[in-house]
Design a protein around this ligand. Structure first.
Ligand code: PLP
Length: 357
């Protein structure tokens, strides 16, 4: 049931594209994109276009009021001609949840899949394979109506852009505990994948970078006591041999990788505990050895080891293990994503062949 149109310029955009040697994460842009507009209460017809600049009214509410939500997901190509997507319906549901939190229209499942399948299908020959390489897809939804009146737009656009990527590998991360700024508070938009949350995080992110850290760790907005997550990644700790992760508190972004790891770890026979995690307890447990390892997870990095947690007073805490349990989980999850081990959870989904022109 393909109903999108393909611009005549897509073929030449793809013909002129080749995968460079060095992909990095987000350095290389797919030469195609998908776009569909919403007006008068309904979605129009989608289009597959060459990647390029778009026009937007300078007064559009997405620019002024942060009316912008997005997703991040990956397509892997494992031997087959066409790639497969990892848990795309979960991304679709989360985009709907994010849109509802910002009172934006929901992108229906068939339209969401049309967009990601159109881009992943067109890019099939350019999905890099092996070693965690993949096509990163970035679906996003934003309000296009100009105006200062504090209400939603009446017009919106849903787009999908993509990047062939390497496995995001920063090496073991140095995490800076953020004791002052707050990323998201309960009742706010932290549970939505809203660009506004990233705006709130940038000052602390910049400061942690300039202090020699990789990324900031967020604490809860009310007491500044409980671990929430990192900027864009959820957190796990190995405590007395069990996996502990902050329970979803109404401000933490419910990561699909987080959910996958909980399911996978339990299937591997591990105990997983979701609970409020006071940062000072965790630091004490790192010091006394009860906490042996800390790591983070998200679509980009899958599972990323943490070497150091640095506090605002300059003290540093180093768990005794780096990338032991994290590596085991990363390799198990990646094997499912790359279809090297059986997908007993039904997480991967084939991208259908693009419609003939
Ligand atoms: C996207 C995101 C994550 C990770 O979610 P995944 O679905 O695992 O990619 C974690 N935290 C924040 C704030 C995010 O935006």
């Amino acid at each position: 049931m393909t109903s999108y149109t393909t611009s005549p310029d897509v073929a030449s955009a793809l013909a002129n594209f080749s995968l460079p040697e060095k992909l990095g994460f987000g350095l290389v842009l797919a030469p195609v994109m998908y776009s569909v507009d919403y007006a008068d209460g309904q979605w129009g017809r989608g289009e597959l276009l060459p990647y390029g600049p778009i026009e937007i009214a300078p007064g559009a509410r997405a620019l002024h009021y942060g009316e912008f939500v997005f997703e991040g997901m990956k397509a892997y190509r494992a031997g087959a001609a066409l790639p497969n997507l990892f848990r795309p319906l979960d991304n679709c549901r989360r985009l709907a949840w994010s849109a509802q939190r910002l009172a934006m229209p929901v992108v229906p499942e068939d339209l969401f899949l049309e967009g990601v399948n159109a881009v992943a299908g067109a890019m099939a020959d350019f999905v890099p394979t092996g070693g965690g390489r993949s096509l990163y897809l970035r679906p996003f939804l934003f309000g296009t109506e100009p105006g200062y009146l504090l209400r939603n737009s009446n017009t919106f656009r849903f787009m999908v852009i993509a990047n062939p990527v390497e496995a995001y590998a920063s090496g073991p991360m140095r995490v800076a505990i953020e004791r002052r700024d707050v990323r998201a508070a309960v009742g706010g938009v932290g549970v939505a994948k809203a660009s506004a949350n990233y705006a709130a995080s940038l000052r602390a992110s910049n400061q942690s970078l300039s202090r020699g850290y990789t990324i900031a760790m967020w604490l809860d907005g009310a007491e500044h006591r409980y671990i929430q997550e990192l900027s864009g990644m959820n957190v796990f700790a190995v405590v007395n041999g069990e996996l502990h992760t902050p329970e979803l508190d109404g401000a933490i972004l419910p990561g699909i990788t987080r959910d996958s790891l909980i399911t996978l770890a339990r299937a591997m026979g591990k105990t997983v505990v979701e609970r409020p995690m006071p940062i000072d307890d965790l630091l004490a447990q790192i010091q006394n050895g009860e906490c042996s390892e800390v790591f983070a997870c998200g679509t980009a990095a899958i599972v990323a080891p943490i070497a150091v947690l640095g506090d605002s007073d300059g003290r540093e805490f180093m768990p005794q293990n780096v990338d032991v349990v994290a590596r085991e989980l990363r390799e198990s999850l990646l094997a499912i994503q790359e279809r090297r081990s059986p997908d007993t959870f039904g997480w991967t989904r084939d991208v259908p062949a693009p419609a003939a022109e």
